[in-house]
Design a protein around this ligand. Structure first.
Ligand SMILES: NC(=O)c1ccc[n+]([C@@H]2O[C@H](COP(=O)([O-])OP(=O)(O)OC[C@H]3O[C@@H](n4cnc5c(N)ncnc54)[C@H](O)[C@@H]3O)[C@@H](O)[C@H]2O)c1
Ligand SMILES: O=P(O)(O)OC[C@H](O)CO
Length: 345
């Protein structure tokens, strides 16, 4: 079985590249929903997204509309690519038009404020679908590099292996190699938490700290992600894979990362508002650091880096003071691989 018609809801960087990917992998009809009519028209008429991917030509199979119902009509694959905090409201409006056996794909890397839910949980709530119809695509996938067809790998996480394999086939190209995984919880947490850690990494870089500091942030960032995952029922091995370490390294190391770049602005002493004004695109970690911190507290897990990132972003704490607070924490054994239960340190 293969996908005949796909809808991609969201015409930002990743939604647009994902539409190209589906077309390159052989989906005959891919319709992108763009919020702005001029973006829909440019994709439809000129095969380019001038706002987000001006230098990437989109294949003929990709078209676009400003009407979400039109995009979803008859689609057997419905891809969700809007900012995480807008998903519930958007999907609530679209849900009635989604086919009863369509597979839903989540591209979003965030945790909802207030409910503290992962994106697949928000989809279950607002679209009223069973969890096994939802696949999560996540991994080290900076949109501009995938657009340039640079080789990379990703993960398709779904509890229904048949649907995971369907999506895997639908995005398998000479430049992207997808792996399946049944650990939806771990894959989503890896994608969401790495954004908060990349903010810290960006701050440290802007403050002039070198590779020891950066490696420490990546490694301890992964440790706190793994602790959270363990407490929430994830497979701890997921965090050693593409959705965990892979995405964390790509996001922290890349100047293309919006989260890292946002952290650099904060590290240079800018306020949240100044950093927001300087970076137009979605840096999910800025909001999700709050919900991740609250989610961690709800299960008794300490996430010191995420907590300090939240203080810098939302409480105006100086990044240098945040770093000093991390360094002043009580000393403890490293204990890699310690299971989640017991002391969540
Ligand atoms: N860009 C990447 O490299 C990349 C890679 C993997 C995953 N992701 C994830 O994909 C998701 C989407 O990111 P992106 O990179 O496409 O973001 P983006 O900032 O490039 O684009 C966001 C899109 O959402 C639209 N939008 C903004 N507010 C909206 C609202 N209230 N309702 C509906 N649409 C709205 C914007 O117009 C834009 O088209 C994020 O969760 C991100 O973490 C991004
Ligand atoms: O640009 P960022 O920081 O949103 O990261 C993009 C992707 O999630 C990297 O895999």
């Amino acid at each position: 079985m293969s996908i005949r018609r796909a809808a991609v809801l969201g015409a930002g960087s990743w939604g647009t590249v994902f539409a190209k990917l589906l077309a390159d992998a052989g989906t005959p009809e891919v319709t992108v929903w763009a919020r702005r009519p001029d973006v829909a028209e440019a994709i439809r008429e000129r095969h380019v997204n001038p706002d987000y991917l001006p230098n990437t030509w989109l294949p003929p199979a990709v078209t676009a509309t400003g009407d979400a119902a039109e995009a979803i009509d008859g689609a057997d694959l419905v891809v969700l690519a809007v900012p995480s905090q807008t998903l519930r409201d958007n999907l609530g409006a679209w849900a009635g038009t989604i086919g009863s056996d369509a597979t839903l794909v989540s591209l979003m890397k965030g945790i909802e404020l207030g409910t503290l839910k992962r994106m697949s949980e928000v989809i279950v709530d607002s679209a009223g679908v069973e969890p096994d119809r939802i696949a999560v695509v996540t991994g080290p996938n900076l949109a501009p590099e995938i657009a340039a067809e640079q080789p990379a790998a990703t993960v398709v996480a779904c509890t229904d292996i048949r649907r995971a394999e369907l999506v895997q086939r639908a995005i398998s190209t000479r430049y992207l190699r997808p792996y399946t995984n049944d650990d939806v919880i771990g894959c989503e947490l890896g994608g969401a938490v790495k954004n908060a850690i990349a903010l810290a990494y960006g701050m440290a870089s802007a403050l002039g700290f070198g590779d020891n500091t950066r490696a420490t942030l990546i490694t301890r960032g992964l440790a706190e992600t793994t602790r959270l995952g363990g407490a929430l029922g994830a497979n701890l091995m997921t965090f050693a894979g593409l959705a965990g370490l892979g995405d964390l390294v790509a996001t922290c190391s890349s100047p293309l990362s919006r989260n890292r770049t946002f952290g650099e602005h904060l590290g240079r002493g800018e306020t949240l508002e100044q950093a927001q004004a300087a970076t137009r695109q979605t840096a999910e970690g800025v909001k999700s650091c709050l919900s991740i911190r609250d989610l961690a507290h709800s299960v008794g897990v300490e996430m010191p880096i995420t907590e300090q990132v939240e203080l810098v972003c939302h409480e105006g704490v100086d990044p240098l003071k945040a770093l000093a607070a991390l360094m002043a924490r009580e000393t403890k054994p490293e204990r890699p691989g310690v299971p989640s239960t017991g002391e969540h340190q």
